[in-house]
Ligand binder design. Structure first.
Ligand SMILES: [Zn+2]
Length: 236
């Protein structure tokens, strides 16, 4: 097993399977690794008589915890503690991104061509999109109206072939990254928001839209060739 299922896991126990200078590998982990526009988790690993900080997490065949401190021995039991406030912000931000992408796709037919999530602010690139300030305000109202419906988020697995033939999947995603996965990948993790959005995604998400609060767009940049970057933060 290389990752714990269940995105609300804040603490876990694991066994050290390998170490390298500055790197710890575990038999299981709740740390999210960098990917899909979502930053890696940070936190700590502690064990009897020692411990240190996880400052980054990367996946390259195996999940590597970038570690600051004296290394544990292979075979040791360790406890992992995530920096939960930061990670929970990423979950709220990531679910917001899916929601905004869905509403913009529905209303303007624009594809999501990029996104970067962070704990304090996030951004999404759309193409093609042209948006005045009044329209941006309307979009914000519409997004927050959907949030107030408190739709539930579900995470499941689907056959890749079913997804490729599903017209409900946002056009951004039908031309998106997941199609570039090797053909050996036949099942994909899918994140659904109520009945309004279906998106193949490996990221972490909240269970219900009410956890987001409100989305506030604070910046709109025209990036040329019909590309628009919308920056947002979350307010209560
Ligand atoms: Zn996602």
């Amino acid at each position: 097993m290389d990752s714990l299922d269940g995105t609300y896991v804040k603490k876990f126990e694991a066994e050290v399977t390998a170490t390298f200078p500055g790197i710890v590998e575990l038999d299981q982990t709740a740390f999210y690794h960098l990917g899909g526009g979502q930053p890696a988790d940070t936190g700590e690993l502690v064990w009897q008589g020692g411990g240190g900080r996880v400052v980054d997490v990367r996946k390259k065949n195996r999940i590597r915890h970038m570690f600051e401190g004296d290394l544990p021995d292979v075979g040791m039991k360790v406890k992992g503690n995530l920096d939960w406030e930061r990670r929970y912000s990423h979950m709220r931000m990531h679910t917001s991104q899916h929601l905004v992408s869905s509403v913009v796709s529905e209303r303007y037919g624009s594809d999501t061509v990029g996104n970067q999530i962070a704990a304090d602010k996030s951004r999404i690139d759309f193409k093609p999109l042209k948006l005045g300030n009044t329209e941006l305000n309307m979009l914000q109202d519409e997004v927050n109206q959907v949030i107030s419906k408190d739709l539930k988020i579900s995470i499941s697995e689907s056959e890749r072939s079913d997804l490729e033939n599903n017209p409900e999947i946002r056009s951004s995603m039908s031309s998106g990254l997941w199609k570039m996965l090797p053909s050996s990948v036949t099942r994909l993790r899918v994140v659904k928001i109520g009945d309004i959005d279906v998106c193949p995604c490996a990221g972490t998400h909240v269970r219900s839209l009410s956890e987001i609060g409100n989305v506030e767009f604070f910046k709109k940049d025209n990036k040329g060739s019909k590309k628009v970057r919308l920056s947002y933060r979350l307010v209560d």
